[in-house]
Ligand binder design. Sequence first.
Ligand SMILES: C[S@@+](CC[C@H](N)C(=O)[O-])C[C@H]1O[C@@H](n2cnc3c(N)ncnc32)[C@H](O)[C@@H]1O
Ligand code: SF4
Length: 379
Amino acid sequence: MFDFLNKDAILDCMIKGIYIHIPFCINKCPYCDFTSVAFVDKDIFRRYLNLLKKEFLLYKDKNFNIQTIYFGGGTPSVFPPEYIEEIIDFIADNVKTVNNLEITIEVNPETYRYKEFKQLLNAGVNRISIGAQSLNEKVLKSLGRWHSPKDVVETVYSAADAGIENINMDMIYGVQGQTLKGLEEDLKGYTQLPVKHISAYMLTAYEETPLGQMVKRGEYSLPEEDLLLDMFKLIDGFLNEKGFDRYELSNWAKKGYHCKHNLFYWTGEEFLGIGVSAWSLVDNERFGNTKNLYEYMEKINKGQSAVLFRDKLSPEEKRKEKIILGLRLAEGIDIELVKDKMDFVNQIVSDGLAKIENNRLKLTPEGIMVSNYITASLI
Ligand SMILES: C[S@@+](CC[C@H](N)C(=O)[O-])C[C@H]1O[C@@H](n2cnc3c(N)ncnc32)[C@H](O)[C@@H]1O
Ligand code: SF4
């Protein structure tokens, strides 16, 4: 399916993707554990932008062959489009890039409209990922979101009208009180819009978030496992019927619209992450920046690296990564990678959690629900 990627690329030390983290949001959502702060003062945007450029220069002598740039957050769409353009131009001026760059920006539904999308398109952005979460008012309320379904629809159409055809919409399911019927309505709404890609994530109540604390105190209840499995099967079946192929645990796309950047993560290609909390895989080494915004800004300002940890991948670690990341993909992993665990593999196959096709081990929907347990047992 992914013949444009080299699956053994983990050995190929060439940076192909750049991730840029923008850690500012209008409000902080109660379920979110991403590194972001609700900003009070827009002056910090310019300072942060200058630091992103300064940090990038720390890596300018690395081996680049850029095919993707991804602006993630936080909420990158709180930045004026000129700032996004400035970063793209800066990268293009400083490294080798290839034609057909995929440039994605995450956009919250209450931020950009036609004018901003036109500016972004002219700057080279050709993919947007909208943090829609749902088209249902009640679900949005339950998630503590402050945009309306109308904001989502307006965002999609204004991006499409501006000429951006590669549009993703995020969905969160497994929200308190959500029914299969409600979810189906949401799916109908999503697939009636001009989008090419849908990411559907099961709501995770991270312990350290306000939502996690509410769940702990019994003030918010997540759906039972059986209902969650039915929800996943509904999403998968519905989207398949509408021409969206599931290529990863939480990602469905129309033919030719897989997210190239995210596929780089899952297939072990090298990428550089810039900004607070950003991760990288460069020269066979995984490393990650501090999650503390002020520490990040101080270090970069002084011309120092903001890296907090480094982990050089040994051959055994690379094998494990191939299993962990590969099992996320619909095409699964080469069975050879787990030949020392065939008793366990046979067990999960007979339990209906996995299947073997053309010498590849793939998770079934039931297996996806317990994927953490399966990968932990296989590595
Ligand atoms: C990097 S986040 C930020 C996107 C954007 N700021 C927004 O909220 O619209 C990307 C996506 O992760 C998903 N996500 C974030 N926190 C989640 C959680 N606790 N459980 C499930 N999905 C989550 C949401 O669908 C979100 O759009
Ligand atoms: S979910 Fe998105 S908008 Fe909400 S706090 Fe997290 S990054 Fe910001």
